[in-house]
Design a protein around this ligand. Structure first.
Ligand SMILES: Cc1cc2nc3c(=O)[nH]c(=O)nc-3n(C[C@H](O)[C@H](O)[C@H](O)COP(=O)(O)O)c2cc1C
Length: 273
């Protein structure tokens, strides 16, 4: 990406109101090329497709000004939602770098039409789809109201999301060391209903990531959408570290931090020396 990942993350906002201009062929080509190289640190392949709304009878009540969508599906296996969120967000950030707008939609889509268009098998899931196009100059009234309703421009404070050595001690940015920027970028991630379910404990060179479940969102037959949110935050975290030349790996470990039922351990990041 030509612009820095941090700049792109900071300026990205969901786009639901599009200009009506058709995606230019050079931009479409760049997106196609990007998808060919797109992967995630969890080794789970995510399959993307561009879809035409008219061809497949697709709709979303919150979207105006584009007929084009991008959707993705993944085999329903361990860590698939995390991998999915990571890959889909990496795609959205690349689109943003080209001035192309997106918004992940889990609820407000004609789901069965999208799943049919994606040929989703019994062993697969399609958590979200996104419209794609150039943002309109002004948001629709409906979009403005929606954003206000879910406080889309706000995020929880750093020391509410991130902790030092255990869940007992909130982490202030100045104590986060080489993880400071990466965690700040994770903090800015988009999430379903803007619930921001990611939590992390920094312990030396390791960061343990958790999902803090929202009651109303658990037990969804479509799978756990908040794990997709955690995957999105992990993409912001990992891409920021990579850009500053820090590499590391994700692995599931057994670290035994006391948690209640609403908090699920997801994965640990460890810096490579
Ligand atoms: C997994 C996921 C599912 C979402 N589902 C919807 C949806 O069904 N309808 C919608 O209008 N927005 C949806 N959103 C967009 C969020 O509301 C939005 O990301 C959040 O309010 C923060 O705003 P921002 O993306 O502009 O920073 C979803 C976002 C994510 C990450």
């Amino acid at each position: 990406m030509a612009t820095s990942v941090k700049e792109i993350i900071r300026r990205r906002k969901s786009v639901r109101t599009f200009s009506g201009e058709t995606l230019r062929s050079d931009d479409r080509q760049k997106l196609d090329e990007f998808l060919k190289t797109l992967n995630n640190p969890f080794g789970v392949p995510v399959e993307f497709r561009f879809l035409d709304a008219k061809e497949y009878n697709l709709s979303s009540p919150v979207i105006v000004g584009t007929e084009k969508y991008v959707a993705a599906k993944v085999s329903h296996i361990p860590q698939s939602e995390i991998a999915y969120g990571y890959s889909f967000e990496t795609f959205c950030l690349f689109a943003e770098s080209l001035g192309i707008g997106t918004v992940m939609l889990a609820a407000t889509i004609s789901r069965s039409a999208f799943e049919k268009a994606m040929e989703v098998k019994d062993t697969e899931v399609m958590p979200v789809a996104s419209p794609i196009g150039y943002p309109a100059d002004r948001q629709s009234v409906r979009e403005k109201l929606m954003r206000k309703g879910i406080k889309a421009d706000e995020r929880l404070p750093f020391d509410t999301l991130f902790f030092e050595n255990s869940f007992a001690q909130g982490l202030i940015p100045e104590h986060a060391g080489l993880f400071q920027d990466a965690l700040e970028m994770a903090r800015l991630a988009p999430s379903a209903g803007n619930k921001q379910p990611w939590r992390a404990i920094v312990c030396g060179d390791k960061v343990h990531f958790y999902e803090k479940k929202t009651k109303a969102m658990s037990n969804n037959p479509l799978g756990d959408i908040q794990k997709v949110d955690v995957g999105i935050a992990l993409a912001h975290f990992d891409l920021t570290l990579k850009e500053s030349g820090i590499s590391g790996s994700f692995a599931v470990g057994d670290y035994g931090f006391a948690t209640d039922d609403s908090i699920e351990y997801i994965v640990t990041y460890e810096v490579k020396h």
